[in-house]
Design a protein around this ligand. Structure first.
Ligand code: T4K
Length: 411
């Protein structure tokens, strides 16, 4: 408990603002008085070799075959399936559509249990299929869906569990598999963050009935826009292929499908990104090490270390802000970083249960989600990827150390 002589966080934040202005005189500026002349983004695309990309684009144009299961899409699917050790990869236009196809192909309806602490697309995909999301809390250590809480939420309307491998950190797949099989539920995973991650000696991609990846511009491996559903189930894969292309089976429409096809240019980009995979992971790993070093010296800022992955892509640098220790709120840290052109993000704030489309539904559900509430107030994601260097991170670190040490003087 803070004693009554300790100034409130608000007062301390004000004092910090004042001191920040003064610190500009002491830290080297990158232009216009900011730490960096150009913004550093979370989610700056990792771009593949430009010559390779232009050569693949040129081949696509030469063939005049731009979509509808073209050769680049087929090559991309084969490369992903091989890398992940899974029988089928069905490339799609984006992960949101991939999730919708997966829940539809699995015949889910009624209710599906899903974490609230995720990007809205996870939950939207259910709602677009007329499924009621039942929000479950996450584990405060892993930030992933908590199997014990899942077990408590299974009811007569439940048809599935949709886990999210948040930050590329694999869910407790074993515990979830046990619950799913005990209750005859379909288990699938949103693996939007987890391309290249492994768990229990297996690549993410073959757990549950299906897993869904995102290859959006901001993702570690990018097609510009894109996604994929992976599965070991032959029948499910056939169904996914039909659904993504209007329901066509040969030249007959066999069922109600949609257009979720990946096009050739996106697939060409994905293939080039795959060629640079090792380089991307190495930079992310070096950046993470730099963050670990600098954050060790910043009070109240704790780097999240995913505890359950065998292999990682380090796509997200996740930092927990302990306001009491740091002497400054998470949002004040965010504002201070933005002032300096470091465009950190608040993923995911607020939890999905508080978003307009779901608030009334959650009012009726009433399950407390304390860890979701807490994490959505405390986390920040920092820039990484090919557009950021360890040297940049050392400058960010110096700034953060300065910012948090001001607390000592302000308190
Ligand atoms: N499931 C999960 C768990 C997800 O996280 C996501 C997507 C999905 C499903 C759905 O996947 P897709 O259907 O998109 O394949 C971004 C991404 O747009 C979103 O794809 C991603 N998750 C989410 C975590 O991050 P925003 O709202 O933060 O995007 P935005 O436009 O603010 O961009 C973030 C930063 O990236 C900006 O500072 C600018 C920079 N940026 C962005 C783009 C698009 C660039 O530098 N270049 C670019 O081309 O959601």
């Amino acid at each position: 408990m803070p004693d009554s002589s300790t100034p409130s966080i608000e007062l301390r934040n004000e004092a910090v603002n004042e001191q920040q202005k003064r610190r500009r005189m002491t830290l080297p500026a990158g232009g216009e008085g900011k730490l960096f002349a150009e913004p550093l983004h979370v989610g700056r695309p990792n771009l593949a070799d430009r010559e390779r990309l232009l050569s693949r684009f040129s081949a696509v144009l030469q063939r005049q075959w731009l979509s509808n299961n073209g050769p680049c899409v087929q090559e991309f699917e084969a490369a992903i399936a091989e890398r992940l050790g899974v029988r089928h990869c069905v490339a799609v236009a984006n992960a949101t559509l991939g999730l919708q196809l997966a829940v539809r192909a699995l015949g889910l309806g009624g209710e599906v249990i899903v974490p609230s602490f995720t990007f809205p697309a996870t939950v939207h995909a259910l709602a677009w299929q007329g499924i009621r999301p039942v929000f479950v809390d996450v584990d405060p250590v892993t930030h992933n869906i908590d199997p014990e809480q899942v077990a408590l939420l299974v009811g007569p309307q439940t048809t599935g569990i949709l886990g999210v491998h948040l930050w590329g950190n694999p869910c407790d797949t074993q515990a979830l598999e046990r619950i799913a099989s005990r209750h005859g539920l379909a288990l699938l995973f949103d693996a939007a963050h987890a391309f290249g991650c492994a768990h229990r000696g297996r690549m993410i991609g073959s757990f549950g009935r299906a897993e869904v990846f995102s290859f959006h511009a901001t993702k570690f491996l990018s097609c510009g826009e894109g996604g994929a559903v992976t599965t070991n189930d032959d029948e499910l894969a056939n169904s996914l292929r039909r659904l993504r292309s209007f329901g066509y089976e040969g030249d007959q429409v066999a069922e109600l499908g949609i257009n979720a096809k990946m096009n050739e240019l996106n697939a060409a980009m994905g293939l080039c990104s795959l060629e640079c995979y090792d380089r991307f992971v190495a930079r992310n790993a070096a950046n993470l090490t730099a963050y670990r070093d600098v954050l060790a010296e910043a009070r109240g800022l704790c780097l999240f270390a995913p505890p359950t992955a065998d292999l990682r892509n380090h796509q997200y640098v996740v930092v927990e802000v302990n306001s009491q220790e740091a002497g400054i709120t998470r949002d004040a840290v965010l504002a201070a970083l933005h002032e300096e052109n470091v465009l950190a993000k608040r993923y995911f704030h607020p939890g999905c249960h508080r978003l307009a489309p779901y608030a009334a539904l959650y009012d009726r559900q009433r399950t407390p989600l304390p860890h979701t509430e807490e994490l959505s107030q405390r986390l920040l994601q920092f820039p990484t990827g090919m557009a950021v260097t360890p040297a940049d991170i050392h400058r960010i670190g110096e700034f953060l150390q300065h910012l948090t040490s001001l607390h000592k003087h302000a308190a």
